[in-house]
Ligand binder design. Structure first.
Ligand code: IMP
Ligand code: MG
Length: 178
């Protein structure tokens, strides 16, 4: 049997400060524009909730349910849409809000899907980026933190549906149970 242990990586205060900076940039860049924030569920849920409350411009919020992982820590490479948007994004500016960019495959799929709907623009806002794992080139327009090649959890992000409720971001390691 294995025990999962969580080690702290980014604390609450650092996250809050970074989100304020991102919100300020987004509020400036999208001033007087018709903006729809698309939260990628489930991982980006808490990030999105904190981010939108710091924006100073009017926005619409929508949610896209996707699944790219099974219950392990490796990408399956297959993206499944579990629930779609309810807002029409044609002619609007779309900002995809994602928790973490790992291989980049999920994001590429989602960006292409959004582009098919003829929005005015599609940009990416990601809380975390793991560049060591990229399999394709990924352009992140608004980024929180670059992180090392560790499996992270907390602040909405899970390992096998656990740890989403941690108020900070940590990484996990497995140890043998005695
Ligand atoms: P990608 O397609 O490999 O870029 O995977 C992106 C998605 O996998 C993210 O939106 C997360 O849901 C999940 N993911 C990637 N890395 C981690 C991690 O370190 N912890 C938890 N989930 C992760
Ligand atoms: Mg995700």
């Amino acid at each position: 049997m294995q025990n999962v242990k969580v080690y702290p990586l980014i604390n609450k205060e650092e996250i809050e400060k970074k989100i304020s900076e991102l919100a300020e940039k987004i509020s400036t860049d999208y001033k007087n524009k018709d903006l729809v924030l698309v939260c990628i569920l489930k991982g980006a849920w808490i990030f999105m909730a904190d981010l939108v409350r710091k924006l100073t411009i009017p926005v619409k919020c929508d949610f896209l349910g996707v699944s790219s992982y099974g219950s392990g820590t490796e990408s399956s490479g297959v993206v499944r849409i579990l629930s779609d948007l309810t807002i029409q994004v044609e002619g609007k500016h779309v900002l995809i809000v994602e928790d973490i960019i790992d291989t980049g495959l999920t994001l590429k799929y989602i960006k292409d899907l959004m582009l098919q709907r003829k929005p005015k623009s599609v940009k990416i806002c990601a809380l975390l980026d793991k560049p060591a794992r990229h399999k394709i080139e990924v352009k992140i327009d608004y980024l929180g933190f670059t992180i090392p090649n560790k499996f992270v959890v907390g602040y909405g992000i899970d390992y096998d549906e656990r740890f989403r409720n941690l108020p900070y971001i940590g990484y996990i390691e497995f140890e043998e149970k005695k």
